[in-house]
Structure formats: C-alpha cells, structure tokens
Design a protein around this ligand. Sequence first.
Ligand code: BG6
Length: 463
Amino acid sequence: MKYEFPEGFWWGSAASGPQTEGVFEGDNKGDNIWDHWYREEPEKFFNQVGPEKTSYFYEKYKEDIQLMKETGHTTFRTSIQWSRLIPNGTGEVNQKAVAFYNDVIDELIANDIEPFINLYHFDMPMKLQEKGGWLDRETVDAYVEFAKICFELFGDRVKKWFTHNEPIVPVEGGYLYQFHYPNEVNMKKAVQVAYHEVLSSAKAIKVYHEMNLDGEIGIILNLTPSYPRDESNPEDVKAAQLADAFFNRSFLDPSVKGEFPTDLVDLLKEIDHLPVIEEGDLETIKNNTVDLLGVNYYQPRRIKAKESNEKLADGPMPDDYFDNYIKPDRKMNPYRGWEIYEKGVYDILTNLRENYGNIRCYISENGMGVEGEEDFVNEDGVIEDDYRIEFVEDHLTFMHQAIQEGSNVLGYHMWTCMDNWSWTNAYKNRYGFIAVDIENQGKRTVKKSGHWFKKVSDANGFD
Ligand code: BG6
C-alpha cells in the first residue's frame, strides 16, 4: 500500500536550545535551573554528565543544517534559551545570543528549512527561579517580555512560534515526581505553576497577535491518551478520565478552548487546591487560544481504579485518584522501558478532530530512545537502527489513517535530529537520526534512519 501525505506536509525534527547548544564560556549566557542543579547535585544526572556537554550545536550549527538537508528536513524546531538571550531573565539582552539565533534562523532559511521556534523548553533562568520561578506571578510578566523581544528580533523571518514545550513536565518534574529542579513534592505549588504557565502562554499569544506579524503561534503538548484497564468497569473509566484531566486536558482545554476542564476544577476546589487567579486572567485565557497545536506522542497511559491506599506524599497527589496499570501483552521499547502503542497517535488525532474543533495540528515529537545504540554499528561505522525506522513508519501509518478520515495534520517531527542531552537522563537514551560522538568533539554520523527519512520526505510518503 502507498501512504501519501498531503501536499506541503512538514517533514523534520525537533530539538531544544538547552539540549543541543552547550554552555560555552565567554558568550554571556546566564545560568538556568539545569546549570545550577548540576553544579549542586551532579549525582542526580546519568553518568554525572551535565548541561555544558550538549551536542555542540552552538559551534556546529552550519554543519548540522547541512545534515538536516541530507536527511530530508523541510522544517526544524528548536528553542531560544531564555537565559542565553536575557541572562538574568529580565533586563539586558545578550547581543552574542541575538547574533547566534539570527545566524541559525538565516542559515535554516537559506537551506529551505523552515524554522519553528519554541520559547520555553524547561529552562527557567536561575535568577527568576531564585524568586520562585513559575510559582511567582512576576515570572509570567518576565516571560511575556522575553516573548515580545523574540517576536521583535526574529518575527520577520520566523513564521511558526510556540509558547511552551510540554508545560506539564516542569509541573510533574519540579513539584510532583522529582525529576526537575526545584525537585519538590507539593501539589498546591504544582497547580499554581501549571496555572501560571497557561496564563503566560495566553498572554504571549495576545502580544503576538497584537503585533500583526505574518505568522502563527501555538503550543506543544505531550498528550498521553489514558486508557482504562477495563472499558466496562465504570471505576476504571472514571479513573482514566481523571488521569486525562490532570495530564492532558489541564493544558489542552485552556490552550484550544480557552477554558479549564470542569471535572478538574471541581476536584481541585473540593480539596482546596485551586490556584490564585487574578481578575481578568480567565478572560485573557478565554480570548487568546492557539492558532495551531503541536502534539508530542511517545507512549500511552494505562489506568485502573485505585486499589492501594499507599500515598506518595503527605498532601494530596494526582495519584490519589488512580493507579497506573501495566497491560500484560503490551509491546515494549526494550531499550527505554516505554510501551509502544502506535494507535495512540490515531486516537489523539481523532479526539482533536471530534472534540477540539479539528484544530490545525502536527506531530511535533515522536521517537524511539535507545540505550546502547553503539551495539548496532555496522562495519562502515553507521548505526543500523531498523527499530527506529519501524517505529516511525508504524506511527506514520496511523497518522495517515487519521488524515484520511479528515484530521487536520500538517506535518511530522521526529525527536530528534542529532542525539542530544536529555536532562537528568543526559546521554542515556539516544533518539537522533544522526549519531553524535561526545568523546570525539561531537563527530556526527547519519544513522540508517536518517537516510530512510530523506526518502520518505522526498516522496512525501512511503510504500
Ligand atoms: C520529550 C522532551 O518529552 O522527551 C525532550 O520534550 C526529551 O526534551 C525527550 O529529551 C526524551 O526524553 P528521555 O527522558 O527519554 O531522554
């Protein structure tokens, strides 16, 4: 069978500033929470490898953009590091950063690769974190100012903007499950942080639209479809709906519909965990929804009704309302320990079509993390990552089906282009089309999947 995608479909990959650029002494970058946390607690990071050892994009971006061409990219997403552009979070703009991001954007355009720019990818400037980060209402204003500066500097050439990448992750990592700084467990704070992120996104969208630039703005959400263990068991179904409210609809509904899901609001009210909301906020959120949506999809969430009384923390937690469930016959990524469920992408897109006005969207991240990829190197030094080709192809097949049924899907981005540094996991899981030899000045080698992707992009589909 031939899988053909709509004309002008976006093929490419996504990355982020903090995971690829490297720190580089002397370029005036300020610290963000990762630089700080690594200095404080290096043992929290896989093999104690910190954020200064990223994939050398800061110096190798021209070579990388050529490799993007070689691997069939027509589009590429990265993020502007807030602490590189504005080292203290507010105030002075770092001209070295302006020059760097201008060069990256110009080089992409000169090579017919459309730049997609994201503003926040987990990288709070440390100066703002010292005052509370997303907990502090003033961070919302600082972020909107940062966004405005980015639109002014780069908005003449960048036509696709995103306010946040996976905003639920700093909430989960920083305030619930301890894998981001400040590494706390406090649901009240988690809710306030989430609320401020939602508000900051709406405010940045408002500023962008008021500037009348020729482009569009959205948000990138990691959607994890929540499947009940047993569809015919109302308790399982209810538990799955609550997990969906906490982890998907908490951001999806305000971003696309301009309102928070009532089941989540009712629950938070019941346990006295509503955030502090100022006058006019809800109107701002209502009136400034996204033009398009990026969907990151890696794995589903399997849920069953609460069986144990075990508590994760002293106070309330989302996990008080459901238990995670391991489906016995699930297909697994044996290298990363995540379930592979390709149909999940179809279910997400169908839900967006049926319940979210068929919002214009694209798959903004999808990919397969592998530990120990060096075991797949052939005699020519190329990684034969057939598992990744199969993974991407299977997901594309389900995306194609959703498109055939009317879903408004504009493109596909793999996570990621070059192997990169992934927060506390550092270089544990490799995701790229292109291998990066960290010990050898970041030497790049295109993997088998990169060559395969070029063919798919050129043909705008596959057999
Ligand atoms: C995505 C994030 O959720 O997952 C990326 O947007 C991250 O920033 C990627 O690198 C892979 O994560 P991990 O933990 O498997 O390395």
